[in-house]
Design a protein around this ligand. Structure first.
Ligand code: F6P
Length: 257
């Protein structure tokens, strides 16, 4: 019956959690690679989870981009901001996504959906390290940077490495390098191989991987068998307080191995 099904899924989620070595896993049914509605189901699960788990009072929430985050944003409601003062910020600026998928867009959308505040961080794409260094001195940018660094909650996606490199229109040479270094996944602009070794990092400003360790709550949302290796590899560098919302497609692939 339904109870057995629910218990079975709970057991599976605990198996996955223990396999990945993170705080908690939630598995929604289906396969995001072949069923578009699974993306919405993960978004809804994320919205429910945030409602239950986010601390009350003020929080700065930094968010990443991508289509999974769009789905999370669409599922948020003003209920999330009840007894909370949320400020949404992009976790990292300018990592080459199309406008609709950028962290700035998602952060503004989450603020709109919940009736909260947001701040944008506009960093042009193909910009030199010197220019980044001087942008850091700009008072407006510095204020948003400070907010990002002070964030206590992060919501992010995980991607398959080469797919992400192509979506960001990284050069063929760089894509070759990523292949040679056996990159399997990407999160926060960091590309890593299956052992969780960072093999390439986009030189952009904002949250760094080491900043995650101090967060109160870290939520990763990623599903579909195509992301199984990426999720598994990312779990090796993820902070221990990470929660993962995924689907059966990815969970089954990870647990089968
Ligand atoms: O580029 C932002 C980002 O969050 C990446 O870090 C991640 O790999 C990707 O988007 C996930 O995108 P999607 O949800 O569309 O698969």
């Amino acid at each position: 019956g339904t109870i057995d099904l629910l218990l079975g899924r709970k057991h599976r989620a605990e198996q996955l959690r223990s396999c990945l070595g993170i705080a908690r896993c939630l598995i929604v049914s289906g396969n995001a690679d072949t069923q578009p509605e699974v993306l919405s189901a993960m978004g809804k699960a994320a919205s429910d989870l945030l409602q239950d788990e986010l601390p009350l009072g003020p929080s700065v929430v930094s968010v990443m981009g991508g289509s999974t985050m769009v789905s999370v944003a669409e599922c948020l409601t003003p209920a999330l901001a009840r007894n909370r003062e949320l400020t949404f910020v992009p976790a990292r600026g300018g990592i080459g996504e199309a406008p609709a998928l950028q962290a700035n867009t998602i952060s503004a959308k989450m603020a709109e959906q919940t009736g909260s505040q947001y701040h944008s961080l506009f960093i042009p794409e193909s910009i030199s390290q010197e220019a980044i260094d001087s942008l850091r001195l700009d008072p407006g940018i510095r204020d948003v940077m400070k907010l990002i660094k002070s964030s206590n909650i992060v919501i992010h996606g995980i991607g398959e490495a080469i797919q992400m490199a192509k979506r960001r229109q990284m050069s063929p040479e760089l894509i070759e390098t990523l292949k040679k270094r056996q990159a399997v996944g990407e999160a926060f602009g960091y590309f890593f191989d299956k052992s969780g070794q960072i093999v390439y990092k986009l030189p952009r400003i904002g949250l760094q991987l080491e900043d995650l360790a101090e967060m109160d709550f870290v939520l990763a949302v990623a599903g579909g068998p195509q992301k199984a290796a990426a999720i598994q590899a990312y779990a090796k560098i993820a902070p221990k307080q990470t929660w993962l919302i995924t689907d059966e497609g990815a969970a089954d692939t990870i647990l089968k191995k």
